[in-house]
Design a binder for this molecule. Structure first.
Ligand code: 13P
Length: 252
């Protein structure tokens, strides 16, 4: 069956020393109830955190972004090949902050996904609707279009390398969480769309994470839902205590 995953997205926070200390603290916690912990750290921290984690245990490393291009004259960009060389195993693609603040559209996102996979990086693919779309009850159509435009050029084999993270934009950093029932409903819908495009096996093997104001106080209820396979956590992933509590929020 698919993995239960707790992923922390540090966004543009922490120095290298602070990030390494956070990783070291998490490494000592040995969460028992989840299958995988992933830390999505700033580019500058990747090598240091990889050394801290030492390739051992259940914590994996992710980058938060990558270039859509292979190599060459792209000043300031970081390629998939460079990321794989740091020890990163995953990369986030499609986060709403990149879509809205950096104008990343499906033509860029699909190239980023291809770059990642062709260099052996697994993808944490993020999608989700803004508040006006939710209020107009168009959220299912919105996420379906995102999947079709960004992701569905992949083969079923390539989909095995993808984790999906549903993050409603209205719940990110706002303290407003989707209710467990709202999360379950749209996660089940996303899984059904993956099944329609691919097959039942691919759909049931794909981990679908929820993101948006996940906290120790709400993680258990969210993760108890059958189609919620864990969380992509922003603010609450920046402290050992709160993130390790979230990592222990699976099961009974
Ligand atoms: P918060 O948990 O801070 O709402 O952030 C969610 C998020 O964007 C994770 O990628």
């Amino acid at each position: 069956m698919r993995d239960n995953i707790a992923a922390g997205n540090w966004k543009m926070n922490t120095t290298i020393a602070e990030g390494t200390a956070l990783a070291a603290g998490l490494r000592k916690t040995h969460p028992k109830s989840c299958d995988k912990v992933i830390l999505c750290v700033p580019y500058t921290h990747l090598s240091a955190v990889a050394t801290e984690l030492d390739g051992q245990g259940m914590i994996s490393l992710a980058a938060q972004n990558l270039s859509s291009e292979e190599s060459g004259a792209y000043t300031g960009e970081i390629s998939a090949r460079m990321l794989a060389d740091t020890g990163a195993e995953y990369v986030l693609v499609g986060h709403s902050e990149r879509r809205t603040l950096f104008n990343e559209d499906s033509s860029i996102l699909s190239k980023k996904i291809d770059q990642a996979l062709s260099h052996g990086l697994k993808v944490i693919y993020c999608l989700g609707e803004p508040l006006d779309i939710r209020e107009a009850n168009q959220h299912n159509a919105h996420v379906k279009a995102q999947l079709q435009d960004d992701l569905f050029h992949l083969s079923a084999d390539q989909m095995q390398q993808v984790i999906v993270a549903y993050e409603p934009i209205w719940a990110i950093g706002t303290g407003k969480t989707a209710t467990p029932d709202q999360a379950q409903e749209i996660h089940a819908y996303i899984r059904s769309i993956i099944q329609d495009k691919y097959d039942p096996n691919t759909a049931s093997q794909t981990s679908i994470l929820y993101g948006g104001s996940v906290k120790p106080a709400n993680a258990k209820e969210l993760f108890a839902k059958p189609d919620v396979d864990g969380g992509l956590v922003g603010g609450a992933s920046l402290k050992v205590d709160s993130f390790s509590a979230i990592c222990e929020s699976f099961g009974s």
